[in-house]
Write a protein that binds this ligand. Structure first.
Ligand code: HEM
Length: 336
């Protein structure tokens, strides 16, 4: 009888200890989640309810004055996210900031983000991060050019470091597909994401200096890159003459450089990719099928747009600072 009572007593005690252990671990989990809050759609709903409309109307205004703003902002967001995460570090102006790196040559559109920030600061000072403004503006850039739209989770905090030395992991048009895949994988993005996000080149332009070597001296013997369609090589040679054209800007999606569509992939399948890295995603077996699918060869052509929206949401979450990390900059081009 005494033995049975002892057994029941031990079982009850063990149960209580187990309950305490469960409560302890639940508390630890809760505190660690509080320290690193996640991004959230509508993060500014209470603190600055008009955030998304203000960014949108700023974009609309700049875009109606100059269509080139849309691709510029989209590229800016990409270059922000790949270096120290999406934390607005690309926006900083200083003698050694990311902006000064050769990897970031040709970036533009900074004034649009500064403008949106000014407008937001006048109603909600110190609330909306520059990193979020850029992520929202990039979404608007795509929808303004006829592409998809998506919900942007917000709550990013701004970084307090911006160094040109950190930009080496940005992809270049001279990288092999293996290297590009590696650079994307390091940011949690797959081979499919690489192809999908490269589709951003459906809008915007590239300088001839990044293309001419494919036309005039591909292997150092005065030859043409054999992956370029011959007719297209002739067109490119007219746009980028051998001498003095380095700074000329040429469309990366021949035929519709101001419209967000899937013709970029169709062009690549035809050998009409402008950047070498754009053309090479057709040759590599791990990326080829996605290019063909988005071009409309293997499946419905419009699968690109929804994949692009998903990939942008993924890219916008790279190494973000949230909760008590980072800060909210007062001026986007200046560290607090
Ligand atoms: C896959 C690796 C990528 C490489 C190697 C690459 C490279 C380049 C290069 C060389 C240019 C032309 C820059 C100039 O002439 O100044 C460019 C432009 C552009 N890139 Fe990329 N890019 C890549 C991925 C991306 C991604 C992921 C996005 C956005 C999601 C993006 C968006 C753009 C846009 C919109 C432009 C046109 C900019 C303008 O017209 O102002 N790129 N890219």
């Amino acid at each position: 009888m005494i033995n049975i009572a002892l057994c029941i007593y031990s079982a009850v005690k063990l149960k209580l200890i187990m309950q305490k252990i469960v409560i302890f671990f639940t508390l630890i989990q809760t505190f660690s989640v509080l320290g690193t809050a996640d991004l959230e759609v509508g993060f500014y709903q209470d603190s600055c309810p008009n955030t998304e409309q203000i960014v949108r109307s700023t974009m609309e205004q700049h875009y109606s004055a100059d269509l080139k703003i849309a691709p510029a902002i989209l590229r800016l967001h990409f270059h922000d996210c790949f270096v120290r995460g999406c934390d607005g570090s690309v926006l900083i102006s200083s003698s050694s900031s990311e902006k000064t790196s050769p990897f970031n040559a040709g970036l533009s559109g900074f004034e649009v983000i500064d403008d949106a920030k000014n407008r937001l600061e006048s109603g909600c000072p110190g609330i909306v991060s520059c990193a979020d403004i850029l992520a929202l503006a990039a979404r608007d850039a795509v929808s303004l050019t006829g592409g998809p739209s998506w919900e942007v989770a917000t709550g990013r905090r701004d970084g307090s470091v911006s160094s040109a030395l950190d930009t080496f992991n940005l992809p270049t048009p001279f990288d092999s597909v293996a290297v590009l895949k590696q650079k994307f994988l390091a940011k949690g993005l797959s081979a499919q994401d690489l192809v999908t996000l490269t589709g951003a080149h459906t809008i915007g332009r590239a300088e001839c200096r990044l293309v001419s070597y494919r036309l005039y001296n591909y292997t150092g013997k005065g030859d043409v890159d054999p992956s370029i369609n011959t007719n297209f090589a002739n067109i490119l040679s007219m746009q980028c003459p051998r001498k003095g054209s380095g700074r000329n800007l040429i469309p990366m999606d021949t035929g519709s450089p101001d419209v967000f569509d899937s013709t970029f992939f169709f062009n690549v399948v035809q050998g009409n990719g402008v950047l070498e890295s754009d053309q090479k995603i057709l040759d590599d077996m791990s990326t080829r099928a996605y290019v063909r699918t988005y071009a409309g060869f293997d499946q419905a052509a419009n699968s690109f747009e929804s994949a692009f929206a998903d990939a942008m949401q993924k890219m916008g979450g790279i190494e973000v600072k949230t909760g008590s990390e980072g800060n909210i900059r007062k001026v986007c081009s200046v560290l607090n």
